[in-house]
Design a protein around this ligand. Structure first.
Ligand SMILES: *Cc1c(COP(=O)(O)O)cnc(C)c1O
Length: 407
């Protein structure tokens, strides 16, 4: 970390080498001002001043590193970037105003007209819109393939293929992509493997270690974990991230210092939160599987999940999102959802508070009936983003749903 040595003391990167993700979450990217504060300071300033006209010229000319303007760099934003980059095992991180801004900035920086992208079919709805509607307008064509069928990815490769984009595990059916196999396909064909690691976070999965070129996050979800801010970040080697940084500096989807500070503090509790999410989700998945009114449970932690072994190998936990089918259709699913009292009815996920949603009419409501059928988004599907409340109270609340189905 070369930035800001004059003004701030950084914990040297060499001291962090070999530390586990739990330690990096609380120690990496920490800055201290002359006040020697223990908790991270926040720098809500749009611009910076110089000691002299000559220093201003040197900063603008790039001869002297340091801050100029917060669309370019800001110490709080850089502290968050350094921390998440260390946790993902990436050379550089660049923060953005939202998760979508992270995906857009990656595409705008690394793709050009005439390039081809292969994307997994189950990606976040707005990611789909970004590729199909907007990137297409700039001459970037996208093919959509099954997340889990590696042969489909191989078959779609063309000379112009420049990027493979995916989310694993998928939302809401928890399908798991084979990162090693897909990274080999990307490498053989000179394409970049870009992984949206929103569902696992670096605590459960570090795609760069498994051959991905770039990792993207919607920080809005687990990185914050308490539903306060919208933000995103991209992590990877400097040769790509310098390009992405250049785009953000010019185009302006910068993260605000306040949001960066919230995310930086959020990361400190991420490892213990993720473990609590995983423990609760696995216990609920096993419990749901035993209910008469449940037809099927989708969670990679279950033996019954088709990619259970792959998830065990590739991830350090199965995550906090699961979904299940109740017997019946929309009426029964809505009845179940409406009978819960503590759990929040909202499409948001990755929060310490458990949320419940009906994908067919919310997150995936825009899909055509054929696309819904193909994606497995049926009317009796319910998604839970399992929070960190007591498992006993979660079961009590979900049991209200089962009682309502029996009435
Ligand atoms: C929410 C989400 C996004 C978009 O992030 P925003 O912060 O809402 O822009 C992208 N990918 C995944 C997997 C998400 O869940």
């Amino acid at each position: 970390m070369t930035f800001g040595r004059d003004e701030h003391v950084w914990i040297p990167e060499s001291d962090l080498e070999g530390m586990s993700v739990d330690t990096l979450a609380v120690r990496a990217g920490q800055i201290r001002t002359g006040q020697l504060e223990h908790s991270d300071a926040i720098f809500p300033t749009s611009s910076f001043v110089y000691g002299s006209a000559a220093q201003a010229a040197a900063r603008f000319g790039g001869e002297e590193p340091g801050n100029i303007y917060s669309r370019f760099t800001n110490p709080t934003v850089q502290a968050f970037e350094a921390r998440i980059a260390a946790m993902e095992g990436g050379e550089r991180g660049v923060a953005t105003a939202s998760g979508m801004a992270a995906i857009l900035s990656t595409c705008m920086s690394l793709l050009k007209s005439g390039d081809h992208v292969i994307c997994s079919r189950g990606v976040f709805g707005t990611t789909n819109v970004l590729f199909q509607k907007y990137m297409a307008r700039f001459g970037v064509e996208t093919s959509f393939v099954s997340l889990t069928n590696t042969d489909e990815w191989k078959a779609e490769i063309r000379p112009a293929t420049r990027m493979l984009f995916l989310e694993t595990p998928s939302n809401p059916l928890c399908e798991v992509a084979d990162l090693a196999a897909l990274s080999a396909i990307a490498r053989e064909n000179d394409a970049l493997l870009v992984v949206d690691n929103c569902f696992c976070t670096p605590v459960l999965q570090r795609p760069l270690e498994q051959g991905a070129d770039i990792v993207i996050h919607s920080a809005t979800k687990y990185l914050d974990g308490q539903g306060r801010c919208v933000g995103g970040v991209v992590v990877g080697p400097a040769r790509y991230l310098d390009e992405i940084y250049g785009f953000i500096r010019s185009a302006g989807p910068t993260m605000s210092p306040f949001n960066a500070w919230v995310f930086q503090k959020g990361l400190e509790t991420l490892p213990i939160r993720m473990r609590a999410h995983c423990d609760n989700a696995l216990e609920l998945a096993l419990w749901l599987e035993q209910q008469d009114c449940v037809e099927k449970v989708y969670y990679a932690g279950l033996q019954s999940h088709p990619q259970h072994e792959l998830a065990k190998k590739q991830q350090d936990g199965f995550g906090g999102v699961l979904s299940f089918l109740v017997r019946g259709g929309r009426e029964q699913a809505w009845k179940f959802i409406d009978a819960t009292r503590m759990i929040s009815i909202t499409a948001n996920l990755g929060d310490v508070k458990t949320t419940i949603t009906h994908p067919a009419t919310t997150t995936h409501g825009r899909l055509s009936p054929e696309d819904k059928a193909r994606a497995g988004i049926t009317e009796n599907l319910i998604r839970l983003s399992v929070g960190i409340e007591s498992i006993k109270d979660l079961k009590t609340d979900l049991d209200r749903g089962f009682q309502a189905l029996k009435d």
